[in-house]
Design a binder for this molecule. Structure first.
Ligand SMILES: Cc1cc2nc3c(=O)[nH]c(=O)nc-3n(C[C@H](O)[C@H](O)[C@H](O)COP(=O)(O)OP(=O)(O)OC[C@H]3O[C@@H](n4cnc5c(N)ncnc54)[C@H](O)[C@@H]3O)c2cc1C
Length: 608
């Protein structure tokens, strides 16, 4: 048994990695050996030097370099590494990662399947070699970290190619190991035709399968953002797609009525969603033929499982590093774990929700990058605390985009707010401009303070624009009053004269003041319209078998309607009905309500 020593050319220090070959040496023994070698080489023990340096708040530029070892080399890991080297090129930074690739575009994978991204090379943002050249970071691929020895400050790793074991020393350790798809122990998981969607290899093999032909039907298991993106791209390839999900609705994080709208829209476009439906297994002889669900067996040539992810933290089990109940790493606002020299970022860590201050797991590429950048600054000596996530997300579906940020109405209630929400249908650009469409918006605020709490937006256009304004508002802790008169950009191809975001703020303020009295889509669906007479208040009569009220003709009490009659005013979007309500109030009507979102958002039966 012997230890080979490697001296790498980056930086000026000699960086020692011990590779243990032959009989496996006990980790502690091996680690001790590394430190012995370092001492003989005439250096101070790294730990002592590092902690003195960190205590001084030094950047590592002056004396010996602090060794930063990063486990995981995709979004968070490469971001920490690259930014740290920009902050301090002298820093000694090594990435250990399990895969062959680093820095790949995980978020682009569904679009490769759909042939929107044509060339697989476009998925690889950087190869290990180009990343090393660009940044000066050392990258060790196809190497799995299997154990962290905190006392020795070493990480044991195994080559995924040769099985060779090695030990890496660190002063500061960053865990950026991400997460892996949940693979339930069900019958038929190994059948040809059962796919996942996490790595470039997953997308490449799925696309190859599609291009080999003969794929007519697919079942996507999981109606979260990734599952729906995969469904969209399978549909684009001419495949008949069904989505099943155990939850009552697709799109977690959206309130039920918003998710229901999406489900109906998907059905119109040819993607059937079966919610409340559990996956029970895969059936077939060597090759997938059916997906067994709690509802029935569904014919399928392929299935893509996207039922959630689990953090890759199994190798930390004996490390003493504190984990959350969901096995993500618990970190403070500086991403420090329960060990002050070990940090965690990205999908493997739980951070906080900026609005509620509660622990939040936000496995998103956006969060991974922001966290990685911030941690690099901390490691370089100039960090700031991370304010946390807002659970912002956006996703493209066939003919409809969906975005959200902040708290949904349900989440706001759970967080102890007294939330008030409104659903609006507003123009996304000047209505006369070619290509104009609607945004369907659900905006939520705190009733008592008017604090803006969150938004959910659906529409064919730039829903991200609406979401991003909301993110800014949340970040600056704005109230609706702060947002009322924002001077946002307008020209007909882009927006409306009063921006659709501000328009919705105004509608919510009107609702809160009592000027706009409404029935919510949730109340309507629950049967609240029962005691009301539905009145068509649209620009043109649009509902059958209900009386029509033309705004332009209301100039006094309306024949046939008592002033205390309970009237539910329905138009296409909600705006015209509001104007009718306003006019009726003037003439003494006291019991009118407007159906939020009108006939666009609600299923208003013609004969009701
Ligand atoms: C199909 C898809 C679409 C997505 N779309 C979006 C989107 O549109 N927007 C968005 O914000 N987010 C999106 N995401 C999420 C985003 O990709 C992840 O949040 C992000 O990649 C997390 O980065 P990470 O560095 O924490 O983890 P990962 O990207 O998972 O990287 C971790 C790396 O660590 C390696 N590793 C794990 N364990 C070990 C170990 N023991 N030793 C060594 N290496 C290890 C893994 O092999 C992996 O390469 C999408 C994800 C997928 C799969």
């Amino acid at each position: 048994m012997f230890i080979r020593l490697y001296h790498f050319s980056y930086g000026s220090s000699s960086d020692i990695i011990a590779v243990i070959t032959g009989k496996r040496r006990a980790p502690k023994e091996a680690a001790a050996r590394i430190h012995t070698v370092e001492r003989r080489a005439g250096r101070r023990p790294v730990r002592a030097a590092a902690s003195e340096e960190m205590k001084r708040g030094g950047s590592g530029k002056e004396n010996r370099k602090v060794k930063v070892l990063i486990i995981g080399g995709v979004a968070a890991g490469t971001k920490v590494a690259a930014k740290l080297k920009r902050e301090d090129f002298g820093a000694d930074v090594t990435i250990l990662t399990m895969g062959k690739d680093i820095s790949y575009a995980g978020c682009g994978l569904p679009y490769y399947v759909g042939d929107v991204i044509r060339d697989r090379k476009q998925l690889i943002v950087n190869t290990p070699a180009s990343f090393e050249k660009l940044t000066g970071v050392r990258v060790v691929t196809e190497t799995e970290a299997v154990k962290v020895n905190r006392q020795e400050k070493t990480v044991e790793a195994v080559s995924t190619v040769t099985g060779e074991r090695s030990v890496y020393g660190y002063d500061k350790l960053v865990i950026a190991t991400g997460a892996s798809p949940i693979k339930p122990p069900l019958e038929g998981m190994d059948l040809e035709g059962v796919f996942f969607m996490r790595t470039p290899k997953d997308a490449i093999t799925l696309r190859e399968r599609i291009e080999a032909g003969d794929v007519k039907r697919a079942v996507v298991v999981g109606g979260g953002f990734i599952g729906l993106e995969v469904a969209e791209n399978l549909l684009a390839r001419g495949i008949k797609v069904s989505v099943i999900d155990m939850a009552p609705h697709v799109l977690p994080g959206f309130d039920p009525e918003m998710a229901e709208y999406v489900e109906e829209h998907l059905a119109d476009k040819g993607i059937m969603t079966f919610t409340g439906t559990r996956l029970e297994g895969f059936l077939g002889e060597g090759r997938l033929e059916k997906v067994q669900t709690s509802r029935r067996a569904m014919k399928a040539d392929l299935a893509v499982l996207s039922i959630g992810i689990r953090p890759n933290t199994g190798f930390l089990a004996d490390s003493g590093i504190e984990l959350m109940p969901n096995k993500t790493v618990k970190v403070d606002a500086y991403f420090r774990t329960s060990d002050e020299d070990i940090y965690a970022v990205g999908d493997c860590a739980t951070v906080t929700n900026r609005e509620t201050g509660q622990p939040a797991w936000s496995p998103m590429g956006s969060s991974a990058n922001i966290e990685g950048r911030l941690l690099a600054k901390t490691l370089a000596g100039g960090g700031q605390p991370y304010p946390g996530v807002l659970q912002t997300a956006v996703c493209r579906l066939p003919g409809l985009n969906a975005g959200r940020t902040g708290l949904s109405q349900e989440q706001a209630k759970a967080a102890g707010y007294d939330p008030v929400s409104v659903v609006t249908v507003v123009d996304d650009k000047a209505h006369y401009y070619p290509g104009a469409g609607n945004f369907i918006v659900k905006m939520t605020a705190d009733r008592a303070t008017g604090k803006f709490l969150g938004i959910q937006v659906l529409g064919p256009g730039a829903v991200d624009k609406m979401v991003d304004i909301a993110v800014t508002a949340l970040t600056l802790k704005a109230s609706l009053a702060d947002l009322e008169n924002m001077d946002l950009a307008y020209a007909p191809p882009f927006s409306t004269a009063i921006h659709p975001f501000v328009h919705t703020v105004n509608i919510l303020l009107n609702k809160m003041s009592g000027a706009f009295e409404t029935m919510t889509p949730e109340e309507f669906a629950a049967g609240a319209a029962g005691e009301y007479q539905i009145v068509d208040a649209a620009v043109q009569p649009s509902l059958k078998n209900v009386p029509y009220l033309d705004l332009t003709k209301i100039d006094g009490p309306v024949d046939g309607f008592a002033r205390d009659a309970k009237l539910l005013l329905v138009c296409t979007k909600g705006k015209r009905a509001y104007m009718v309500q306003n006019r009726l109030k003037y003439f003494g009507y006291t019991n009118t309500k407007v159906l939020e979102g009108g006939a666009t958002f609600n299923r208003v039966e013609d004969d009701e």
